[in-house]
Write a protein that binds this ligand. Sequence first.
Ligand SMILES: Nc1nc2c(ncn2[C@@H]2O[C@H](COP(=O)(O)OP(=O)(O)O)[C@@H](O)[C@H]2O)c(=O)[nH]1
Ligand SMILES: [Mg+2]
Length: 293
Amino acid sequence: MTRAGIVTVVGRPNAGKSTLLNKLVGEKLAITSPKPQSTRKRIVGILSRDDAQLVIHDTPGLLHPRYALHRAMRSEALAALDDADVIAYLVDGSRGPVEPLHEVAHLDTPPRAPVVTVVNKADLLTADARDALTRANPDAVFVSATTGEGMQALEVRLIALLPESPFLYDSEDVSTQHLRFFVEELVRETALEQLEDEVPYSIACEVEEFREDRDPMYIRVVVFVERESQKHIVIGRDGERIRVIGTEARRKIENLVGARVYLDLWVKVLDNWRRNERSLKRFGFVIPEEPSP
Ligand SMILES: Nc1nc2c(ncn2[C@@H]2O[C@H](COP(=O)(O)OP(=O)(O)O)[C@@H](O)[C@H]2O)c(=O)[nH]1
Ligand SMILES: [Mg+2]
């Protein structure tokens, strides 16, 4: 008898959802950042054990939507909640008491799937803080997605709640998403690391050409920004900043694909794309009909 199903990880921005996905799967699939809202689309990672397969869906943080991109991100997180067989509700333990999921997600009805409350960043907790959280949340699992503390216990809890089912994917698979998507994400993560203020949030990346048959592999990525002034910032004086982004991103991509890569980066302006539904659709975002509350 095997168990298999979807484990959806939800929570506020910066709780450590993407770090947790990477730790569970043992691969760097999802980009992570101290800057909030780094995850915009669902990321799927697959963890296969002898008798269980967890198809883990990492989601954008639950936040109050302020513009069209946020609405798409929130609707993606809510859709992932709907798809879940088990929900891992991740909270940052260092930020005080655990708020109920339905409040954080503004849900009218409780989710269908069972919820496991996961208190993350246990490595930052004093003994007293941990005691208080344990008393208030006796069923919570304490983990640290960075040190790996509590991962085993979490896995056991999640597997016990999965339905009996044959494996949904080959046990060798680590994701259902294409290499191109991960390449775009790695370039975006690197841009996030190298840029400050509002610019990181204005970045979107799109693979234009992907030639696996060449050595080195040829990959052209367009880095979109929202305004001309941001383009100058991303390129930097004498092209210095885009060169640093390119070098760093290429290293990460080479790690992922296990081959030499020639990364060709172009910076273009797509006016106010975060607020423009047509641009968002072009980047593969699904905009809900009605603005969410
Ligand atoms: N100290 C500590 N930091 C963590 C832990 N998990 C995540 N972080 C950090 O929290 C920040 C946000 O992580 P990320 O996974 O991007 O959060 P997400 O927005 O929920 O996906 C990053 O700087 C992570 O390195 C943890 O267990 N302990
Ligand atoms: Mg994330």
